[in-house]
Write a new protein. Structure first.
Length: 401
């Protein structure tokens, strides 16, 4: 649907009454300087989305299952909820070699909770596995993770099943002492490779977010080792390492009018702008997206905001042409408004008028935004409201040009 409103400027009336000193019969010198046709005509068009679909961010994934690679995650997500599944790798390095030679009597992995998705009262259950090879490269995807004994041992280490805390304090995860002893030996013996641990989720109603190594030194993951050396019992706490989560979501389980953070699904939207002339000057362009709150999965821990990116004709996303949303309520419904002036102006010189909508907290939350689409009622559909002007030039003799 397209609605157009034309606004004619009042400049003629202003000139007629505000300039009494002008001659009643203008000479040929002034003829055609301000003809009516030179005045800009402002039009407002309301355009509907012709298509909307959810696509994975290709800059963050190389596989077909929706896996996202978080090279610098601020949050580690662990658990399962509504077809979302996420496991966590943690590795401690730069462990002092002074610990080597001691007898490890106990060891724990400490994680600190910062967010959750799903049932906040549920416990995160998982199995603990020894890492076998480097998992920091781009070869790690969710499907390659499923290859038996490639990145982690298929056999869980003692104590086998771990459980996450339901409060905001530290989650204490007991670790196999033989595995941690091998980590200590690896500081002086490269034959015992330290590739950390993988936490494989088994719970089905909650995903918890924990601080990564990029967070505060107080809340980042810690390794606590209790050991006996030279007849003295000691405890050492270490907080240097690397971590990442790897999440998946089957495409069939995600509504087409969606934006999914964490796994990086973006809403690709195309608009019919044939009503706009390529010579138009875009004065204002505003996109309004209405949230389907019942279908969405918003945690309150991620930023309640969206990014809009220009999609070029070759399908690539221009990160330079972007807009940040402003949320508000229209007719009691959550609505996100994005200023798209520069994007729409660029569309006038492209074949396709397409944009990508992404979650602002795409790498640090598991929020799901579901919007009403083109098939919904007029008041709920995406609305692109464009105000533009187009100067009509007139020849000096008053004829149209």
């Amino acid at each position: 649907m397209r609605q157009t409103i034309t606004v004619v400027g009042a400049l003629i009336l202003f000139l007629a009454f505000a300039l009494p000193g002008c001659a009643e019969d203008p000479t040929s010198v002034g003829a055609g300087v301000l003809p009516i046709g030179d005045l800009p005509v402002y039009s407002i068009d309301t355009l509907d989305a012709s298509s909307m679909n959810a696509q994975r961010a290709t800059v963050l994934t190389t596989r077909s299952d929706g896996t996202v690679f978080n090279w610098v995650p601020t949050t580690l997500f662990l658990g399962n909820v509504q077809s979302l599944r996420s496991g966590v790798f943690v590795k401690f390095h730069q462990i002092p070699d002074s610990l080597e030679g001691g007898t490890v009597t106990g060891a724990d992995l400490l994680l600190y909770t910062r967010s959750f998705v799903g049932d906040s009262s549920a416990t995160v259950a998982f199995t603990i596995h020894r890492g076998l090879t480097s998992w920091t490269g781009d070869s790690l995807t969710y499907d390659s993770l499923e290859v038996v004994d490639r990145y982690f041992s298929s056999s869980a280490t003692p104590p086998g099943i771990g459980a996450g805390s339901t409060d905001s304090g530290a989650v204490v995860i007991p670790l196999d002492t033989a595995m941690v002893t091998a980590w200590l030996v690896s500081t002086i013996d490269t034959g015992n490779v330290n590739q950390g641990v993988y936490l494989n989720p088994s719970s089905a109603t909650v995903i918890r977010g924990y601080y990564s190594f990029l967070g505060s030194s107080v809340f980042q993951p810690h390794l606590r080792v209790r050991y006996l050396k030279d007849g003295v019992s000691r405890t050492y706490v270490h907080g240097t390492g690397v971590s990442r989560y790897i999440a998946s979501l089957p495409p069939a389980d995600l509504p087409q009018n969606s934006v999914q953070a964490g796994v990086a699904y973006r809403s690709i939207q195309t608009y019919n702008i044939s009503a706009l002339s390529r010579l138009a000057s875009v004065n204002d362009a505003r996109l309004e997206l209405t949230l389907d709150s019942a279908a969405s999965l918003l945690t309150g821990f991620g930023a309640d905001s969206l990014y809009a990116f220009l999609v070029q004709d070759n399908g690539s996303i221009s990160l330079a042409s972007r807009a940040l949303s402003t949320p508000s309520y229209i007719n009691s419904r959550r609505t996100y408004s994005l200023a798209l002036n520069s994007i729409v102006q660029t569309w006038l010189h492209q074949v396709q008028a397409t944009l990508a909508i992404a979650a602002f907290s795409e790498n640090s939350s598991m929020d799901r935004f579901v919007f009403f689409g083109p098939a919904d009622s007029i008041g709920l559909r995406p609305r692109l409201i464009v105000t533009y002007s187009e100067a009509r030039l007139v020849a000096p003799n008053g004829g149209g040009q």
